[in-house]
Write a protein that binds this ligand. Structure first.
Ligand SMILES: Nc1nc2c(c(=O)[nH]1)N[C@@H](CN(C=O)c1ccc(C(=O)N[C@@H](CCC(=O)O)C(=O)O)cc1)CN2
Length: 292
């Protein structure tokens, strides 16, 4: 039976550690500040943004949300980002994704100053992370998965990590982090056009799934002892749940838990780590600004 990798508990420990760092910065006259830009009224995005600013405030950081209408123009959004780029009390800026279809998300992300890009989505940070430069802001979900593996003593050296999904914000940066000197994993990336997906997933010592499709990975697709990291966030209608839905990941948790050696739950696995690493990146941004 797999042990459960508890992202909520790891986050609790990490946030307590970071609260001390925030207090030290404050004593030196700097209060780390994060500004989150939310466009429109997507309920999931509203919830994630609220969690981010709440988490900042709980640590003694400044957390601010700027909500813009669904039909905001690119120019108006750029003007908001310009203002935040120029504001010295704002150390980190992020634009919550997904954006409405009329907004060119790559251009929007590139408009954030790389020194304030705490999501790590700007090409400058993607490039720095790719070459292993410590000044890079590493995207929060991949950084959270690496931190979770490290804190849970899950070795990666010499292991075959199979990633399902090829996104810019999770899978590509994660592959680069895992194959770097130190983690030293052998990485395979698969995606929707990979033929016979199961023939790859069955080879995985560590299987990371980031697709957004409930039950994509079933028990027959994994080998005994595998470590499973489920990045999926899928809402499933459930009239008996308090919110009328419950969250599930991309893997069939109940069927795979008896076979695996370790597995992340949804909720309470990778999700909380994403927000914790955003706090860490905001702290890093404030420290780097202080040093300039
Ligand atoms: N600008 C960004 N946009 C998005 C990112 C991101 O990193 N930067 N990632 C996702 C959404 N996301 C953060 O923004 C995120 C998703 C889920 C969770 C989380 O903690 N989920 C909970 C369950 C939530 C629930 O019950 O409703 C969990 O897994 O325990 C945190 C952050 C896309 N957009």
């Amino acid at each position: 039976m797999a042990r459960t990798l508890d992202g909520t508990e790891i986050s609790r420990v990490m946030r307590a550690e970071m609260a001390q760092d925030v207090a030290a910065l404050q004593a030196a006259g700097v209060t780390p500040g994060l500004s989150v830009v939310l466009v429109g009224n997507n309920p999931a995005s509203q919830a994630y943004v609220a969690s981010k600013t709440r988490a900042c405030e709980a640590l003694g950081m400044r957390g601010q949300t700027l909500t813009l209408p669904e039909d905001v123009s690119k120019e108006a959004l750029f003007a908001v980002i310009d203002r935040l780029n120029a504001d010295p009390s704002v150390h980190g800026i992020l634009v919550q994704l997904p954006l409405p279809a009329h907004l060119p998300y790559k251009a929007v992300l590139e408009h954030i100053h790389p020194a304030k890009d705490v999501d790590g989505f700007h090409p400058v940070n993607a490039g720095l992370a790719f070459v292993g430069d410590p000044r890079a802001f590493v995207p929060c979900t991949p950084a959270g998965i690496m931190e979770m593996l490290r804190r849970e003593d899950i070795p990666t050296r010499g292991k075959h990590v199979v990633i399902v999904g090829r996104s810019l914000i999770v899978s590509k940066p994660l592959a680069s982090l895992l194959m770097a000197p130190g983690p030293d994993a052998t990485v395979t990336i698969t995606h929707r056009h990979t033929p016979d997906l199961a023939s790859f997933t069955r080879q995985a010592d560590i299987l990371i799934v980031a697709v957004g499709k409930q039950n994509l990975i079933t028990a027959d697709m994994v080998k005994p002892g595998v470590v499973v990291i489920d990045v999926g966030q899928n809402r499933v209608s459930d009239a008996s749940a308090p919110r009328g839905y419950r969250m599930v990941g991309d893997v069939d948790f109940d069927a795979i838990q008896p076979i695996a050696s370790a597995i992340t739950p949804v909720p309470g696995g990778v999700g909380p780590m994403t927000i914790t690493m955003l706090l860490a990146n905001t702290l890093q941004a404030a420290r780097q600004a202080q040093a300039r």
